[in-house]
Structure formats: structure tokens, C-alpha cells
Design a protein around this ligand. Structure first.
Ligand code: GCB
Length: 597
């Protein structure tokens, strides 16, 4: 799943913009020819969620149609043409000139269908995409579970998770071409020999190239940096070729110096270029090692979320968020709770952010065994698609294959308070299958599952890094930071004693209404959030095995309106939804600009 690029042999045309749009609550569109045009359509922005663009669409998650009329450039004749959707939440079906060309299930990941044979050259073409985001127990993520399984998120729409289930075409829609025989996939793995405290070391860039056909023949790969140009020959046998490029005195990629090389693969008919960072990531002796040296992941859990655009790609916001994260001194975040845009992953490479890359498996209700087979199939597909999409990003340092899978009869508790009993054994098998899949597809990166308070201990066994979400001082021991600190220390030490693996607190946070103050600082005030964050960072600083602290959340975000979510927002952001800092953001800056430089 290579990102579409424009170069001398490949073409790319972004057909995002304002499209025609029409909800289809009764599912009559296909039979009535909506794929060939909509009557009484309204304009809608692509990329963007539909829910905040029109008031009446806020709660609408059913089927809807997008239509756009386009010309395919005449010069593309003879090439193979694909239509690619960056993300459709949740089920997307593509039609070209009335012909259904394919359907894809699962949001937040790209899909492409070949449309060469359906194109009308020198005439207008009608592209239609129907999207539907119904919440169902057999989907990932799930919704409309039996009420007892939904815990505290009892609002409408009936999600199992704590963010608004935005719907629509969330990322660019592009047409692209490839030559008849073309490069289908490239895998880059880098090694570093003897990296010490220096920013350079001898590097190896291993490249595997796959063609779309089992062809034999020559090719070439070139790695270019400011002072480097290394080439190697490729010899394709049955469509596959490999090379190892040795880079003496390579400039390494790191969060502090994210140096990128240009890698170009050339074959008889095709050419593809991508950015490469030479770095290694490993877990050893209770630490995460970047280029052989311990690194701490300081930063956030986040969401793709903003006013009006919802979960739609919003490039100015992306730049702004990176600037704000840098301002706090953060060097990392998790793509909670689904893969973020490809444009964002490219920015992470360039800006030196360490990413925990997560599939959309949030709040899997594993005790609901009837739906587990369908959900397992989807999770495995999502792992495959995510690793195919993001494997070449140096910024991605770990795969997260689930966030807070739920044990049977869930209730917030202490470490291991849900037993490793019969009821939770099926859950363990499910989760182990996800970790096995990630390890098999990518042996170069650690894989993990982000655990909820009280998870059965056996669920953590196969994780390379222990990632836990903890709300001592908020959902439990609310307002009692002294007790919360003790619990946190006790639990962290217990996890370390049990697993001897690095621990990342992937969530800890307190809802905070911007502008609420108090002396003393009670829950919901900016003072309380500032004290809460300080308390957690102080504890982490005394524990070497704590390999990262990621505050929940970077910014306030749209949640499902309920008694838990004032104004429909989760207010645990250290920035507001419009990106103004709360007091806690300054606390982070104090800690992280001191310790991470
Ligand atoms: C969690 C979830 C996250 C929620 C958060 C909260 O544990 O992983 O999605 O938003 O708690 O604020 O309750």
C-alpha cells in the first residue's frame, strides 16, 4: 500500500474538494441510480466528517452518498489507473460511471481499486462513494452492544468507546497511475552498527522490492543524503529483489535529530521514492532503546478531532498541533484509538516524533464471545493494513494492537483484579493472536496492547512493553492525590516486579473545564489538573523502568454526549479543543523542556 506519488512515470490527481452529498437513510440509493448523480444534493467538504458540517447530520451515522464529476487526464491512457480513498468511516463503496468497483470495511485505513476499464476518456466521469458508519457489535470498533456491556459511556450514539463516532470521507480521495508492470511494495529495514553517544554510525539499509508481476529483470536502488549517494543493483527474480546498502558514518534518525535520506527504486518501467530514517528500536533490560540508547516517550494520547472538520484531515491544524506539542517538550504520542493520516506519519518522520501506532480496536468487549470471530478477522485485517501502510516510517516505534480490551464483568480495579479465569481465557487467546500477527509481520518493532485498570495479568504477558492507562486520582480516588500517588507507585513497582519490562503510562488525566480555578484546586479546576499531572511526572521521574508518560489528552475532543461529558466534550485535554493551553500544559513544558533536552 504505497502512498501515491507524482514523478516522471507515476501520476497523482487529488479529487478532494467540495462534493455533492446526500444521506440515504432508507438505503434506496443504489437501486435508484444515485451512483450516477444526486438530486437535491448539498455540498460537503472532502476530506471531513459530515457530522459537524450540518446540524441535522450530527447524530446521523447511516448510509450517505458522495458524488463528484471529474476528467481523467488524457495523457494517462495506457497506464493503470486507481482510485484511492485515504479513509472512509466505516464502510466505503466506490462506483465509477455507475459501476461498483469495490467495497472496503474499516475506518482510518486507505484502500484503492483499479478503475482503468471503467474510465471514459475525453469525457466527464462520475465518481460516487457511499459511506455508512452504523455502530454494530460485530464491527471494530463496536457499538450498540447490549446495554449492560457499555459501562459508563451510556449516551447516544451507542458507542463502546469514548469519542464521537465521526462519519465520512476523512482523508483525500486521489486518482493515481502506475505503469503496467510496476513496483507494488517496498520494505525498508535499517540497522546500525555500534551506535554510541554519537549522532552518526555505520548504517545498513536493507530494501526488498516487490513487483505486481512475477517478472525477472534488472533494477536499481539509490540512497541519497546531503553528503551521500549510494547505489546498488537489483536483480528481480519472480518479481522480487533485495539489496543491502552500507552507509558508512550514516546520520542517524532520532527524536532529537530526525535526519531523512531519499531512497529511490528504479525498474524498467517504474520509479518510486520514499524517505528513509536510519535507526533501530529495541527493548532490553527494562528500557526502550533508540539506536542502542535509552529513550523516554514523553507526550500524549491524542485524537484526530476539530470543530467542523471532525476527523477529517486538517493540514493547518496538524502543523499547529506539532508546534504545540514541541512547545511542551513532548517527543512522542500514540495514535489513540486508530491510525492517523499518512500525511501526519510523514510529518512525524520529519519532525522526529516517536509514534505508538494503533489499530481501531478500542474497547473490545471480549466477554461477548458471539461476536469475537467477526471482530478477530477485522482486527487481523487492520493489523495487516496498518503495517503495510506504515512499516517504512522511522517515526513508528511500536504497534499497539488494541486499547483497553474489556474483561468479563468489567469494573475499575487494581492490577489483576480481573482474574485469569475461564471467562477471560478466550480474551487472552484473542489478544495473543493480535500480538502474534504484528510480530510475524514486523519482527523489527515491539508490539503491545494498552491495558485498562484491573486487566487480567495474563493479558499482558506477550506484550514487549507494558502499556497501561491509569486514572488514580480521577475515576478512582478522585480528588485524593496523595492516596493516588501511593497507589500509582505501588502498582508500577508491582508491574515491574512481575514483568521486568519497560512501562509506559499511555493514559493518565483529569477532566478540566478551561477557566475553572480554585484554591484549593478541586477536581475539574485547572489547578487540579496541573497538580495531577505534576504528581504523575514526579513519580515517573523516580522510576527508571518507566519508559514514557503520555498524558490523556493533548486537547479536549468530541465525545458522545452523556452525563460524563460536559457539553459533549472529553475535557482531559491540556489544550482546549481550539488549542489554548490550560495550566497543565505549562507544567508539562516545565518538566519536559528541562528533562528531554
Ligand atoms: C480511557 C480510554 C479513553 C477515554 C479515557 C477517559 O481509558 O482509553 O478512550 O477517553 O479513558 O477520559 O475516560
Amino acid at each position: 500500500m504505497l502512498y501515491p506519488i507524482q514523478n516522471r512515470v507515476r501520476n497523482r490527481l487529488d479529487i478532494s474538494g467540495i462534493w455533492d452529498f446526500k444521506p440515504d437513510p432508507d438505503g434506496i440509493g443504489e437501486a435508484n441510480g444515485w451512483a450516477l448523480g444526486l438530486t437535491n444534493a448539498r455540498p460537503i467538504a472532502v476530506p471531513g466528517s459530515w457530522n459537524e458540517q450540518y446540524e441535522d447530520l450530527f447524530g446521523y451515522l447511516g448510509l450517505a452518498w458522495y458524488v463528484k464529476r471529474i476528467y481523467v487526464p488524457a495523457g494517462w491512457r495506457g497506464e493503470r489507473v486507481f482510485l484511492r480513498v485515504g479513509s472512509a468511516c466505516y464502510l466505503g463503496t466506490v462506483y465509477v460511471n455507475g459501476v461498483k468497483v469495490g467495497t472496503h470495511e474499516g475506518g482510518h485505513l486507505p484502500f484503492a481499486f483499479e478503475i482503468t476499464d471503467h474510465i471514459r476518456w475525453d469525457e466527464e466521469n462520475i465518481v460516487a462513494i457511499s459511506v455508512e458508519n452504523e455502530l454494530r457489535p460485530d464491527r471494530v470498533p463496536s457499538g450498540n452492544m447490549p446495554r449492560r456491556e457499555r459501562g459508563m459511556f451510556m449516551g447516544t450514539p451507542a458507542t463502546t468507546f469514548d469519542f464521537y463516532p465521526f462519519a465520512g470521507l476523512h482523508r483525500p480521495v486521489v486518482l493515481y497511475t502506475v505503469p503496467q508492470t510496476h513496483i507494488e511494495d517496498i520494505t525498508v529495514i535499517t540497522e546500525v552498527n555500534g551506535a554510541g553517544p554519537r549522532a552518526t554510525a555505520d548504517g545498513v539499509v536493507k530494501v526488498q522490492v516487490k513487483l505486481n508481476a512475477a517478472a525477472d529483470g534488472p533494477g536499481r536502488v539509490q540512497l541519497k543524503g546531503d553528503a551521500t549517494s549510494i547505489t546498488a543493483d537489483l536483480a528481480f527474480v519472480k518479481g522480487v529483489a533485495e539489496a543491502a546498502l552500507h552507509v558508512p558514518d550514516a546520520r542517524l534518525w532520532s527524536d532529537k535529530a530526525p535526519y531523512l535520506y531519499d531512497l529511490t527504486v528504479t525498474t524498467a518501467a517504474d520509479q518510486y521514492s520514499l524517505k528513509v530514517g536510519i535507526r533501530t528500536i529495541a527493548v532490553a533490560d527494562g528500557q526502550i532503546l533508540l539506536n542502542g540508547r535509552p529513550v523516554k516517550l514523553n507526550g500524549f494520547g491524542r485524537h484526530e478531532d476539530f470543530i467542523a472538520s471532525g476527523k477529517g484531515l486538517n493540514l493547518p491544524l496538524l502543523i499547529k498541533d506539532y508546534q504545540l506539542m514541541r512547545w511542551t517538550g513532548a517527543n512522542s504520542y500514540r495514535t489513540s484509538h486508530y491510525p492517523y493520516s499518512e500525511e501526519e506519519m510523514q510529518l512525524a518522520d520529519r519532525e522526529g516524533f516517536l509514534i505508538i501506532d494503533e489499530i481501531p480496536a478500542v474497547s473490545l468487549q471480549l466477554a461477548d464471545e458471539a461476536n469475537n470471530p467477526a471482530r478477530l478477522r477485522l482486527c487481523l485485517q487492520q493489523i495487516e493494513e496498518l503495517i503495510a501502510r506504515d512499516k517504512n516510517h522511522p517515526a513508528v516505534v511500536m504497534w499497539s494492537v488494541a486499547n483497553e480490551p474489556m474483561p468479563a464483568g468489567f469494573g475499575v480495579g487494581e492490577l489483576g483484579s480481573h482474574a485469569d479465569d475461564e471467562k477471560n481465557r478466550a480474551g487472552k487467546a484473542f489478544l495473543d493472536a493480535l500480538l502474534d500477527k504484528a510480530h510475524a509481520l514486523d519482527p523489527t518493532r515491539p508490539a503491545t496492547i494498552v491495558m485498562i485498570m484491573g486487566s487480567p495479568l495474563s493479558w499482558l504477558e506477550q506484550c514487549d512493553v507494558i502499556c497501561v492507562n491509569r486514572y488514580w486520582g480521577w475515576y478512582t480516588l478522585g480528588g485524593q492525590l496523595d492516596l493516588a500517588r501511593q497507589r500509582l507507585i505501588a502498582e508500577l513497582d508491582q508491574m515491574w516486579a512481575q514483568f521486568h519490562k519497560p512501562i509506559i503510562m499511555t493514559e493518565f488525566g483529569a477532566d478540566t473545564i478551561p477557566g475553572y480555578h480554585g484554591h484549593p484546586g478541586l477536581m475539574w479546576t485547572e489547578e487540579y489538573q496541573a497538580d495531577y499531572v505534576r504528581c504523575h511526572l514526579e513519580v515517573a521521574a523516580t522510576r527508571d523502568y518507566v519508559a514514557g508518560m503520555q498524558v490523556w489528552n493533548f486537547a479536549d475532543f468530541a465525545a458522545v454526549p452523556s452525563i460524563m461529558r460536559v457539553g459533549g466534550l472529553n475535557h482531559k485535554g491540556v489544550f482546549t479543543r481550539t488549542r489554548t493551553p490550560k495550566m497543565a500544559a505549562h507544567v508539562l513544558r516545565e518538566f519536559w523542556t528541562k528533562t528531554s533536552k
